[in-house]
Design a protein around this ligand. Structure first.
Ligand code: AMP
Length: 380
């Protein structure tokens, strides 16, 4: 019989919700913390602490109610997580969070590990931005070092004359440094979620091929349609990072595959990842179950792919185009389609509201059904 452990989840979004559901399936309890009383995670957790992320007494309450704690996004003030870590084990450790929540520290850590990243400079004002763009050569991408996600706090600069205005127009550039990064003419974007336990045992989930639209993940295709060599390289990179940062839990590594087959790391996330949602139906163990297992000291699960699987995100756009009433029956009529809705009470264009996963005999078939299912949901 399992000990009656409680997993604390800092953050109440869909990642927390799916982690809580996986934990509950194995009869672990969960407690979430999020400012909203009615958030995706609170709807399925055993307890919820409704408080701001920087409320240290609320963080302590989460720690008191939990045996072990994780966080489901990295755009948080690490102070609260560090306070929790003084009281209960936090996985991955706050030092991993510190690296992943700042693009400058992240890229420098990757450099130290000898892992390839796109050429970049760190700039703090308009003059430095102009110099960096001239040195790297257009096009470049400017990204704030912190607080950006889903393409927010980013801008592509195609003419050096636009460098200064792009820097000045970047939301957050007056508060934190900015990364100027060479634009990668990639063949494909891929990601790997790597699971690592306290003893250092690691497993990588199958490589996902990711398509982004407007900076937001749109589709994950598994197996990725790249060579076995590229896949092996992507998995190696993810494991080197998991080891290098001493991750206990999950780390998601987003990568660009260049046209000559080189793998460059774009971004790290020390948590379950949107591009790993396919693992719920696609793999023997999901990324959420895997994290729960590691947190409570249970053995790492089998990460094998059951069959080719595609995930498409459902953004608020689908609600917008249907006056708030997507056609779910048409989705569920399609063979092999699984619908996940996150319980968000209001929609807005670009907001992640749910996803559809489809497994099939071939990746092409799964992709065709997934896209058709989403189109059917959005049809008026
Ligand atoms: P990020 O927030 O850094 O993950 O960026 C969001 C998306 O913007 C990525 O998944 C890419 O599709 C695109 N992107 C970001 N940086 C670059 C780059 N240096 N070159 C080309 N595309 C990029």
């Amino acid at each position: 019989m399992f000990p009656n452990l409680t997993i604390g989840i800092f953050g109440g979004g869909q990642l927390g919700r799916m982690l809580a559901m996986a934990a509950r399936a194995m009869d672990y309890r969960t407690v979430s913390l999020d400012p909203a009383e009615d958030c995706p995670a609170s709807q399925v957790s055993d307890w919820h602490v409704a408080a701001d992320y920087d409320d240290l007494s609320a963080a302590e309450e989460l720690a008191e109610r939990s045996d072990v704690v994780t966080y489901e996004f990295e755009n948080v003030d690490a102070t609260a997580i560090e306070r929790i870590a003084e009281l209960k084990p936090v996985f991955p450790s706050p030092s991993v969070l510190r690296v992943c929540q700042d693009r400058e520290i992240e890229k420098k850590s990757l450099n130290e590990m000898g892992i390839g990243v796109p050429e970049f400079r760190v700039v703090r004002n308009g003059n430095e931005a102009v110099d960096a763009v001239s040195e790297i050569g257009v096009p470049v991408v400017m990204k704030t070092t912190r607080w950006g996600y889903d393409g927010k706090g980013q801008s592509v600069v195609r003419d050096v004359h636009d460098a200064r205005s792009a820097f000045e127009g970047l939301e957050g550039a007056n508060k934190v440094p900015v990364i100027v990064e060479g634009f990668v003419d990639f063949e494909m974007e891929v990601s790997v979620v790597c699971a690592r336990d306290l003893s250092g045992e690691m497993r990588t989930f199958p490589v996902s091929e990711n398509v982004h639209v407007g900076g937001i993940l749109d589709t994950s295709i598994v197996p990725a349609r790249c060579s076995d060599t590229v896949k092996a390289e992507a998995e190696q990179v993810a494991m080197r990072i998991a080891n290098g940062l001493d991750v206990v839990g999950l780390i998601a590594v987003e990568m660009f595959v260049t046209r000559d087959g080189e793998v460059l790391v774009n971004e790290l996330a020390p948590r379950p990842h949107n591009s790993g949602h396919y693992t719920i139906e696609g793999c023997v163990t999901s990324q959420f179950e895997q994290l729960a297992r590691i947190m409570v000291g249970m053995p790492i699960g089998d990460v094998s792919l059951r069959s080719p699987t595609v995930m498409v995100n459902l953004l608020g756009d689908v609600w917008e185009s249907t006056g708030g009433a997507p056609d779910w029956a048409s989705v569920l009529r399609m063979s092999g389609a699984h619908l996940h809705l996150y319980g968000k009470s209001s929609y807005r264009v670009g907001r992640k509201m749910g996803h559809i996963t489809v497994s099939g005999d071939t990746v092409e078939e799964a992709l065709a059904v997934a896209v058709a299912a989403r189109d059917a949901a959005a049809r008026t």
